[in-house]
Design a binder for this molecule. Sequence first.
Ligand code: ZN
Length: 221
Amino acid sequence: MSYQHQYSDGTHIHFPMGKVVCVGRNYAEHAKELNNPVPTEPLLFIKPGSCVVPLDGGFIIPLDRGAVHFEAEIAVLIGKPLSRQPSREEVLDAISGYAPALDLTLRDVQAKLKEKGYPWELAKAFDGAFVLAPFVPGDSVEDPADLGIRLTINGEVRQDGNSRDMLNPIVPLIQHIAGHFSLQPGDVVSTGTPAGVGPLQQNDELHLELLGHAHFAGRVL
Ligand code: ZN
């Protein structure tokens, strides 16, 4: 998979699919609902590009590994290389787009891994574990520190968050990440989920919104 990204001036650019850098417990209310302590620095993990699937047309979930939780998140597409603690301006310049996404999590598998202190890949990096809607251009979002995300399932709003409630706001988060490992064009940063996570079922109808910017539909096949 790769992205074709359309800019507001009509030009477009192709990105290879890179890695997805995720942050856990970036909204205090979500940390609380899973009885997790609020971390003192960003809790990072990486999903490989191979687990990314598009939202439109529907997606499948594993049916034999316990609960598959949805986590609606604001995903940020990186369009320029970033490394070694870039400045705020460099990060803003490197942001190519924003999209709503689902960081799917095998919650029962994750609970067992957490109990043993093991890494989370079995719960987080399976094929299809990152469901991505199309990106809206980065320059169409005036203030990344005030960006709403909403997930509606079968007509019921299940998650309704805003980046202003993040413990690590988008730009400082990306600065922090790039201080630990370089980000390349085509990489995605997934910025954590607000409260309200829960299990997906087959045939669920989903609406994912970047409030005021874009609205996308998808379905669990
Ligand atoms: Zn997440």
